[in-house]
Design a protein around this ligand. Sequence first.
Ligand code: SF4
Ligand code: SF4
Length: 465
Amino acid sequence: MAAHPANPTWRARMKWLMNNPLSKLLEYSFAHGVHPQEHKAGTMALSMQRMPFSSRYLVPVNQHLGAPSKPVVKVGDPVLRGQVIAEPGAFISTCLHSPVTGRVHAIDNRRYPGGMFSLSITIESDPYDTQRIPEHPRDWRHLTADQFVAEIQQAGIVGLGGAAFPSHVKYSIPEGQHIDHLLVNGAECEPYLTSDHRLMVERPDALLKGIEILLHNLGAKSATIGVETNKPDAIATLREHIGSDSQRIRVVPLRVKYPQGAEKMLIKSIFKQEVPAGGLPRDLGIIVNNVGSVVAIADWFERSMPLIERVVTVAGDGVAKPANLIVPVGTPLREVLRFCEGMQSDISQIVMGGPMMGTSVVSLDVPVLKGTSGILAFRKLQRTDSREYPCIRCGRCLEACPYFLNPSRLARLAKARLFAEMQSYSVGDCVECGSCTYSCPSGIPIVQLIRLAKSQLRQSGDTRE
Ligand code: SF4
Ligand code: SF4
């Protein structure tokens, strides 16, 4: 029977289509996930600004995933900006470099953003030095696969999206595997953060150079840059710069949704493929890199600049002057906030990273790390009601989980300390995105309970992650 406008089902469908124009239907996306308020308007148009050098820097040796780096300097040694001050402690580890020219002031345990203490190298900067690094290009066209991996490890490059996984490990491709595609992650789905956005708008040439270097050295045929549609200027700028190379490099607009920037979600959105449980993107012939890491690769090969600084978004209602800053790694938070003209007097919470996956900090003396994408200061706690109520079995956490886990069951098992049983419910697949906690009306700290359980499982060696 033909549909008729008087038919309520027909009317509902028309209304839905009016609210979801074709462009929305065609955007790349994934199932489940959440839609937190974006809060990006305050900084998305602010150009990157370089912070002046501070008098002291703290460089922790374990600011990446894997083994801590081993210091190769001693107290009193003079150091140059960009000089190696710690070497990799294992293959899954990386070099650390001095963020300034100066002198090693101390090598001791200092407070780390997570609240723990970490061995750190304190550098006092030389106020009379120009802090310039002699720039010279390095050959990237004639490297063997092993030489390329060694270069990236030497440059100290890690995933700058927050995870800080050493990039060279990703580029170490086992025999028999081949990389066809490079996926550049410009989703930046965490609220408030706009540092990747500004990099794409202001340094498109460096991003495209990094892509060229990676395509050449990984033997990949093509690259895709995934960008959420709330960054139309980044999409337009990149497309303009790609120009006639669009057969090889394309920009894909992604639906604004959290956690669109999670590696496996990005692959699902763009390639409609699932990374097998316990597997890696390279099992599908794909390598995923954050835009900041790709720019860092260009900086290393084009300018011999190791990873000693990064772009950080400073935002939140507690910051006097929000900004996107180029900050040397090791800068104390206090200095960054001082540069942003300080904070309001009634600050309740300071977060490093985004509000969904970031870490609350208890001291302003902790340093900016390679993985610090944002510093957010809030006048009110992000959750005003900190009470926890019983689970009402509403199922919202199940609908939110992009990995189709059962977060409420995982939380119950974690509370009962039945950690081993959580393995049967695929706790290892949880990426700790926090979508479940965000959607829970009972205020149950689901992701925190899962994190605790995962760390207990790791400690007991009983992990199938
Ligand atoms: S269970 Fe893990 S992956 Fe699923 S929503 Fe919660 S934090 Fe994210
Ligand atoms: S969202 Fe919260 S209340 Fe609802 S089922 Fe999940 S844990 Fe229970």
